[in-house]
Write a protein that binds this ligand. Sequence first.
Ligand SMILES: O=C(O)c1cc(=O)[nH]c(=O)n1[C@@H]1O[C@H](COP(=O)(O)O)[C@@H](O)[C@H]1O
Length: 274
Amino acid sequence: MIIDRLYEEVLKKGPICVGIDTRIEYIPNDILNDETTIEEKIFKFNKRIIDETHDLVACYKVQIACYEAFGIDGLKAYSKTLKYIKEKGNIVIGDIKRGDISSTAKMYAKAHFEGDFEVDFITVNPYMGYDAISPYCEYLEKGNKGLFVLAKTSNESSKDFQELEVDDEPLYMKVSKEIEKWGEKYVGKNGFSLIGSVVGCTNPKEIVDISNTCKNTFFLIPGYGAQGGKGKGLSALFKNNMCGVVNSSRGIITSYNPREAVLEMKEDILKWLR
Ligand SMILES: O=C(O)c1cc(=O)[nH]c(=O)n1[C@@H]1O[C@H](COP(=O)(O)O)[C@@H](O)[C@H]1O
């Protein structure tokens, strides 16, 4: 199962996910001046990052908005980036954060689990409930696709709704338990489900609470670095099991030396576990 592969990558290489959230202002002049189309400029920049880091990371996450912003050219670069990551033998998460009624979700599932934008995992939003998630689950049956569902996000305003008390517990905990339940039939040999949760690195206490309750849930943990998340905050989570992958986007791709930035991030997370 793809979640077993991701977990094994984490054990082998460390829990690092590099977010390829490319913006024009991050692209150095040698690429900006040389390449002709936006598609080529973006892809060449991404390729450089992937070439420098692919042996150090468990997976990549590619945020589709950064590509949609450039229209068709951007989406071609998105598609090419996904294919290149796969060619390198790495796992890729399409950060698309979809959430819509089931007939539309079916089309989103087809768009991102097949064809030009095919990825191993996608991010989805659970606000509309199970029938908005179930169309993606049809793709999980074969074991080679997975989901990361938003549970407790990294942003300041995540408290507006996610921390509201519902039946004597915060909404994010209720959602997390539901995600665990949705994933029950997709648990792989390492004990993790193809349906994982997104919990921000800026919520170190909440992530431990969720993982203590949801034992089969694997976590995508964004918010490291640029948003203030730190390795120390993850020690309580990771000390029992490496049950997640930590994403940094700006912190890595805007660095002068992305390889060094990945190594520093890995050390900052793993040093608390020794
Ligand atoms: O689903 C996500 O990836 C996500 C969830 C969340 O709670 N917070 C969050 O920042 N993200 C994404 O993670 C990445 C964070 O980027 P940096 O802050 O630059 O590391 C962006 O692609 C966000 O869209």
